[in-house]
Design a protein around this ligand. Structure first.
Ligand SMILES: C[S@@+](CC[C@H](N)C(=O)[O-])C[C@H]1O[C@@H](n2cnc3c(N)ncnc32)[C@H](O)[C@@H]1O
Length: 169
């Protein structure tokens, strides 16, 4: 009986840990590394870029943008444990000078200096971000989304098999 209760608590804790961020915009689900490379490649990320990953999870997109593409990169993450883990990953990446991980809500942090925005969130959340993007982002900023498209935005490029979609403001 006691074992069942412990297993139940562990199960509930796991579900909360995995899915609570869905109420804020998207549940945690790391993008596979091959998709991360393809997202940054399709957006033509280079050393002059400032890449923002909205909902940066373990920091894999920002770290890859800095390490393999030479960009400066900023991640914004609302989950405290993932934020701390990403800070740790940044500190051992060897490129921490070019990476910033910010703790907080993507709807409340400014992203005005981005030249590239990456997203792996959730369809309704993408669409809620459109107004923020048109308010803050400069014309020409590339927005690349994994899995979810933006309703009524015109695609610039896409990888249908990878479900990677590129837009330009
Ligand atoms: C599907 S995961 C993607 C993680 C990472 N970008 C990747 O591709 O591996 C979505 C992330 O967004 C975070 N998130 C969801 N809503 C958020 C919000 N309103 N502000 C900041 N982060 C948010 C979640 O905690 C989660 O880590």
């Amino acid at each position: 009986m006691q074992l069942l209760i412990i297993l139940g608590i562990v199960f509930v804790a796991y579900v909360v840990w995995r899915y609570w961020a869905l109420t804020m915009g998207a549940a945690y689900d790391p993008a596979p590394m091959d998709k991360v490379y393809k997202m940054l490649t399709i957006a033509n990320v280079g050393s002059n870029d400032i890449v923002y990953d909205l909902g940066s999870g373990d920091g894999r997109i920002v770290i890859t943008a800095a390490r393999q593409f030479g960009a400066r990169a900023v991640g914004i993450e609302i989950d405290p444990l993932r934020f701390l883990f990403a800070c740790f990953m940044k500190s051992i990446s060897g490129h921490s000078g070019r990476i910033q991980i910010k703790f907080g809500n993507i709807f409340k942090k400014t992203i005005a200096d981005a030249t590239v925005v990456t997203l792996f969130l959730y369809g309704p959340t993408n669409n809620r971000l459109k107004e923020k993007f048109s308010r803050e982002l400069k014309p020409g900023t590339r927005v690349v989304s994994y899995v979810w498209r933006f309703d009524d935005w015109q695609l610039v490029d896409f990888l249908p098999e990878d479900r990677i979609y590129l837009y330009k403001l």
